[in-house]
Design a protein around this ligand. Structure first.
Ligand code: ZN
Length: 217
């Protein structure tokens, strides 16, 4: 059962189309696994749609219309991309995320970061946002860290404990610069997460000083 959901502001930003690409990807991935948040997004979209109907339509210039059509054309190839994941990947990766993963998990160019985790970067268009899949070793203690920006995590397999909270598949975590935390991966299996960072982590412990260079955006 999913216990941790995006904050309501993130749902509203997502439903009204103002989230950044990284956070939007995390919210969409969570919502694909969470009927409650899907319903909330639909509600916000319905309210937004009703408000739009009350606004007097303004004439659209031919130039604007052409540019919108151009942008739609540009975006089509990404949507039309056909990932060919294996069964394990299709089981673990919800469809909004599959477009970014593109192939099977086993075929990703995993990069080992210390002994604690493997990481593969996902292609986002924004430069100040980093999206990664991380495979965390069972029982590993992540370096204690804080953030300059936001760290958003969606658990895709396995689980971890952070303070007194347990996180499992589908759970969503949003941390900001006020939160210092040190997640501990469950003993009984690897934990696979989608992690979005919109600014580099600041690691605070001795291990953190060693790992720090690897975690820069
Ligand atoms: Zn939810």
């Amino acid at each position: 059962m999913i216990r941790h959901h995006p904050p309501f502001e993130m749902i509203v930003d997502y439903a009204t189309g103002v989230s950044g690409e990284g956070v939007a990807l995390a919210v969409a991935t969570h919502a694909a696994l969470c009927p409650m948040c899907r319903a909330q997004i639909a509600d916000v979209e319905a309210v937004g749609g009703a408000l739009l109907e009350e606004i007097e339509p303004a004439p659209i210039s031919d130039g604007l219309l052409a540019s919108i059509m151009d942008r739609l054309d540009d975006e089509l190839p990404a949507d039309a991309r056909k990932p060919r994941p294996d069964r394990e990947t299709a089981r673990l990766i919800p469809s909004p995320l599959l477009r970014y993963v593109e192939s099977s998990l086993a075929d990703q160019p995993w990069r080992s970061v210390g002994r604690m985790f493997h990481e593969v970067r996902l292609p986002l268009s924004g430069k100040n946002v980093k999206a990664s899949l991380m495979k965390l070793r069972p029982g590993s203690l992540m370096p204690r860290h804080t953030h300059r920006g936001h760290e958003v995590t969606v658990v895709l397999a396995g689980g971890y404990r952070d303070g007194d909270q347990q996180y499992a598949r589908g759970d969503f975590s949003a941390k900001d610069s006020a939160d210092m935390h040190q997640p501990i991966v469950d003993d009984d299996g690897e934990c696979l997460c989608l992690v979005i960072l919109d600014a580099p982590l600041r690691l605070t412990g001795a291990v953190g000083r060693l790992v720090n260079p690897f975690l820069r955006i």
